[in-house]
Design a protein around this ligand. Structure first.
Ligand code: BGC
Length: 741
């Protein structure tokens, strides 16, 4: 039965301005009917309840929805689950305001793509956008309106498990990738039922925790914050992202979920962000143990005043905001703003016109794991893998090889292969293991298999079998790495070695087979210390956690059906003591002299080189790309013109392939010191064998801007070094000058 008030709402929605896009007027009319507590209700998010078969309406959730005390839910999806909950919101509340359903759709929903750090290594913005488009198709078909993605935290901290969820260490690449995810999730028209709201998280600087420990303290100068950690967030605002998530960490003493400077001054006032901000999971409450709020009432006050519009799981807005307004401690305007922004998102999604538009059983049944999604997942997994080492052209393998031994705990794995935060991706029975993948290429008689050991356990009882199998084979492929739970949230490590006794097994297999070609396929969620392994094996193929089609994609690479083209977006250190190590560091006043790296009193180590094991941008191909010298259209750039920089890239190898061509610049002298190198552009090109292409980049003064010590964003005239290279490992040879017009 439709109530009188619901009738009025229908009238608002369909009256003269009802069919227009004038959501603001509609929101205002609706808000005029709402009580303060109902407005607060919109700022509240709780989790769905589950039984074994799926989401159910928990008694407490049902009660909260009926009372108008809940505006959004997380972890509730499927057509059945969301329709039951939505029905309560529509039919049993005074105003019938639809609920918003959100979920962590991070690297796929059902069809799982490689972990995000892996996908970033594709440097393929189109593919990344396609992955989030497919994720949105699948998620929206199961009733979801909103994903808590992309995570756009820059991180130079391999100990931190969540480095796996981001796009690596670089600000330029990270910003481009951030935009691609947002476009894919949100599409061009949010009112289409196959688009979902994106959420830029975790705002901000969560990726730089002290000692790499999750949730830990961040102390950072404003220059670094603005030059490195904020830009990917700004990029998502420019791409039209609808929501932001505040983070768990403190930043310079102020928790980021109570940080007015970042949430109001920067996000709202400087960037003009109009969407809403949700807290991270109980991050408002966590201001109490942070020592920033004295109790949950204080936490609610600080969170809302700082600019967090929605409280995820914390119960503090629902319980305390009304009293805080009555007592004059929180302005009612803030509640109105928060409620308005949340309602606006619901309008944009079309939920007021049809709250059930994401609830369509047929769509749910026909959308997941579409063959074209799986094909794309296979393609993306192959493009995301990085060939770190390939001595003596060990790879690709030949299908003619008589016997290949596949050894390691991840050969037959269908579980870890999806990685962490794998949404509702089915594992056993759905994910394609490496074993299944290579079985597409080889006859059973060519495949020898032994697990050898577990990822983490100390039990070496499988070593003998593994060694004996390795001796019977002509070539050896080891599939090893981390478990999926070893990266992601709350999964920091102090040791970056391949875990458990796997390194020992690698050594033993090498000892038993001194002259045989050994390939190591690695699954992991962070840069690892591979200093020993580079000497023990011939080839290393980094496939990250490659997702549902990961095993098939790995086989495509191993047998050369696909030529590897991924390049690292994060530096691999030689040892954990070098961390943080990243390509665009500062030079220091005592850089190591080129001619005498061991000179005393220079910025070096006494027990390790400064250089990493694998640099940012590194990644091999089965082909061999040659770069000509750089040609500059002019050596003088002015504020109003542009110059062009180009190289000719030639595929000199025997395989067709993709190459990621990278543009780097170095601002030689600044009013604040500048990094030794900065990525300023890239192009992923395809070259048939023997083919060449001229790759050209246009450079303007805009590309050279940075925040100076007064936090003014600008560009300073002077000399800039420039290079176009296959990775960040090179010495600059050319310079241009920025001069006044
Ligand atoms: C994570 C977020 C996630 C949220 C909801 C938190 O623990 O930090 O990234 O979106 O949970 O699941």
């Amino acid at each position: 039965m439709i109530s009188k008030i619901q009738y009025i709402i229908c009238f608002i929605l369909t009256s003269s301005f009802g069919f227009s896009q004038d959501y603001e007027a509609k929101v205002d009319s609706l808000m005029n009917l709402m009580t303060l507590q109902e407005k607060i209700g919109q700022t509240v998010m709780y989790g769905g309840s589950w039984d074994q078969t799926g989401p159910i309406v928990g008694t407490n959730n049902g009660k909260l929805i009926r009372e108008g005390n809940m505006g959004a839910m997380l972890n509730a999806f499927t057509v059945k689950g969301t329709s039951d909950l939505q029905k309560i919101a529509i039919e049993e509340t005074r105003l019938g305001i639809p609920l918003l359903f959100g979920y962590d759709v991070i690297h796929g929903h059902r069809t799982i793509f490689p972990i995000n750090l892996g996908m970033s290594a594709s440097w393929d913005l189109k593919m990344i956008e396609e992955s989030s488009r497919i994720a949105a198709e699948e998620a929206s078909a199961e009733g979801l309106h909103w994903t808590f993605a992309p995570m756009v935290d820059i991180s130079r901290e391999p100990r931190w498990g969540r480095i796996s969820e981001g796009a690596g260490e670089d600000v330029f690449l990270g910003s481009e990738i951030a935009k691609a995810y947002v476009k894919g999730f949100q599409g061009d028209d949010l009112s289409q039922p196959n688009t979902i709201l994106a959420c830029a998280k975790h705002y901000v600087a969560y990726g730089a925790p002290q000692a790499g420990r999750d949730y830990h303290t961040v102390n950072m100068g404003e220059g670094e914050l603005r030059n490195v950690y904020l830009p990917p967030f700004k990029a998502t605002v420019d791409a039209g992202v609808e929501t932001f998530m505040s983070a768990f960490n403190e930043l310079n003493g102020i928790p980021t979920s109570g940080n007015k400077f970042t949430l109001r001054d920067i996000l709202r006032d400087e960037w003009d962000f109009n969407g809403f901000v949700v807290s991270d999971y109980t991050s408002i409450n966590e201001m109490i143990p942070h020592g920033f709020a004295k109790d949950s009432i204080d936490a609610a006050k600080i969170g809302m005043n700082a600019g967090v519009d929605m409280d995820m799981m914390g119960h503090v807005y629902r319980l305390h905001l009304k009293n805080l307004v009555d007592e004059g401690k929180v302005s009612e305007d803030y509640i109105n703003d928060a409620c308005r922004r949340i309602l606006m998102a619901k309008f944009k999604l079309g939920l007021f016109e049809d709250p059930y538009r994401y609830i369509d059983e047929e769509r749910e049944n026909t959308t997941k794991y579409k063959p074209e999604f799986l094909t794309k997942a296979r393609e993306i997994a192959a493009a995301s893998s990085v060939l770190l080492q390939n001595k003596n052209q060990t790879l690709p393998l030949s299908i003619e090889t008589k016997k290949i031994a596949f050894i390691g705990p991840l050969v037959k794995d269908e579980y870890d292969i999806l990685g962490n935060w794998a949404a509702k991706g089915d594992r056993k029975g759905k994910a394609v293991s490496v074993f299944e993948g290579v079985s597409e290429y080889l006859n059973p008689s060519q495949i020898l298999y032994s697990k050898g050991c577990e990822i983490l356990k100390d039990d070496d009882s499988g070593f003998d079998e593994a060694i004996s199998i390795s001796k019977q084979a002509d070539e050896i492929v080891l599939v090893m790495g981390e478990g999926h739970h070893m990266s992601g949230e709350a999964a920091s490590r102090t040791n970056l070695k391949i875990p458990g006794i796997q390194p020992e097994l690698i050594k033993k297999i090498r000892e038993a087979n001194p002259n045989k070609k050994i390939t190591l396929v690695l699954m992991n969620g962070r840069p690892l210390n591979l200093s020993d392994e580079v000497n023990q094996v011939d080839a290393i193929l980094e496939v990250w956690f490659p997702g549902t089609m990961g095993g098939a994609a790995t086989a495509d690479l191993l047998f050369g059906k696909v030529n590897p083209s991924g390049k690292l977006t994060v530096t691999f250190p030689r040892n954990v003591g070098q961390v943080p190590i990243y390509y665009n560091m500062k030079n220091t006043g005592r850089p190591i002299p080129e001619t005498n790296p061991n000179e005393d009193y220079k910025s070096n180590y006494i027990d390790s080189p400064n250089t990493p094991l694998f640099v940012f941008g590194h990644g091999l191909s089965y082909s061999n790309f040659e770069y000509s010298d750089l040609i500059l259209s002019s050596h003088d750039l002015t504020f109003s013109n542009s110059i062009k920089a180009s190289v000719v890239v030639t595929n000199k190898g025997e395989f067709d392939g993709h190459e990621v061509v990278q543009l780097y610049i170095h601002d030689k002298v600044g009013s604040v010191t500048r990094p030794v190198k900065e990525l300023k552009g890239f192009q992923k090109i395809f070259l048939k064998k023997g083919e060449n292409k001229t790759v050209t980049f246009t450079i303007t003064a805009e590309d050279l801007k940075f925040y100076n010590s007064k936090m003014i964003y600008g560009v300073e005239p002077g000399y800039f070094e420039i290079a176009i290279k296959p990775s960040s490992e090179f010495k600059f040879k050319q310079t241009f000058k920025l001069v006044n017009d």
